[in-house]
Design a protein around this ligand. Structure first.
Ligand SMILES: [Fe+2]
Ligand SMILES: [Fe+2]
Length: 131
């Protein structure tokens, strides 16, 4: 269970809430389907994750454009690569590949932790230094 500790805290409430929501969805994926709070089948949880990731990235990209973030392109490319990876997981899962929910959840979680603490935090540092 991932909590948003200091290293993952941007201090921007909407962004932090969206990150927390993503971690909650990953936790759902790790929970057996019969024990899930929302009792959704795995394919639907994966679908929700995909949609929520798209929404979060759009929101964040809009935010970066508004503040004129200079490293926008590199950040946006990281988002796009992750979306692509995610689609691959969806396809593989759909076609009965060897990945378990647990594998997918762990990968997503690890990626998001690294992305927030590295790439998202750079936006925060930029904003703090330009205040
Ligand atoms: Fe990001
Ligand atoms: Fe983010």
């Amino acid at each position: 269970m991932i909590e948003l500790g200091p290293a993952l805290h941007t201090g921007y409430t909407e962004i932090d809430n969206q990150h927390q929501r993503l971690f909650d969805l990953f936790n759902q994926l790790k929970t057996p389907a019969s024990e899930r709070a929302e009792l959704l089948p795995t394919s639907q949880v994966l679908q929700q994750i995909s949609e929520y990731i798209d929404a979060h990235f759009s929101f964040e990209e809009q935010w970066m454009r508004e503040v004129g973030y200079p490293d926008y392109d590199a950040h946006q490319r990281e988002h796009a690569a992750f979306v692509e990876q995610n689609l691959q997981f969806l396809r593989e899962y759909h076609f009965g590949g060897s990945l378990t929910e647990e594998d997918i959840a762990r990968y997503l979680e690890r990626w998001l932790v690294q992305h927030i603490s590295g790439t998202d935090m750079k936006v925060v540092q930029y904003l703090q230094s330009s205040d």
